[in-house]
Design a protein around this ligand. Structure first.
Ligand code: PHB
Length: 178
């Protein structure tokens, strides 16, 4: 993995997540990106011709490595960790790290462990009962760039996963008109 990609992933792991100020964020274009409740993949696809997913890592994590807030949101369980970079027309836009409890990867959802380059949102939001509930946000400073991040819990067939997303400097949310 290239150093910058590793830096994005480790930044996401160390973020201090905060409850968003919904009233304030709803009034700004960047805030609307952060508060998106439906598919981020779908939203990003509207801004490019080709959206690529590069899987950086897919591994199991020990329950002991989950933070207290991750345990509160997901329960005390071994998780599959999926780390990806999403690029729009070859520009890196988003680094995402998703924790999927093993009990989520059952029955109809077993395939989520084998998505490969298929974006998670493309798979999850085909399900009519998919929903996102807790959204938290953060700002991070990477090499002098102030970047935005969010963490949200997704449910599919009433089974949870936790998605952390770091919006990289070339992401459409930082460009005007998006
Ligand atoms: C993923 O494929 O893991 C993925 C894609 C888009 C996101 C988050 C995660 O916004």
């Amino acid at each position: 993995m290239l150093d910058s990609k590793q830096l994005y992933v480790s930044t996401l792991i160390g973020v201090n997540w905060e409850t968003p100020d919904w009233t304030q964020l709803k009034t700004t274009d960047k805030g609307k990106w952060l508060l998106e409740r439906h598919s981020m993949t779908k939203r990003l696809k509207l801004c490019c011709a080709i959206l690529d997913v590069e899987v950086l890592s897919l591994h199991r994590c020990d329950v002991k490595t989950l933070t207290e807030s991750e345990r509160n949101l997901l329960g005390y369980e071994v998780c599959l960790v999926r780390e990806v970079i999403l690029s729009g027309d070859n520009a890196p836009w988003l680094c995402a790290r998703t924790l999927v409890p093993m009990s989520t990867l059952t029955e109809q959802e077993a395939d989520i462990a084998q998505l490969g380059a298929v974006p998670l949102g493309q798979r999850v939001f085909t399900q009519a009962n998919a929903r996102r509930d807790t959204i938290e946000v953060a700002t991070v400073n990477i090499d002098g760039n102030i970047l935005l991040a969010r963490r949200s819990r997704l449910w599919v067939n009433d089974k949870p996963m936790l998605v952390s997303e770091l919006f990289l400097p070339r992401a459409p949310m930082y460009q005007e008109d998006n």
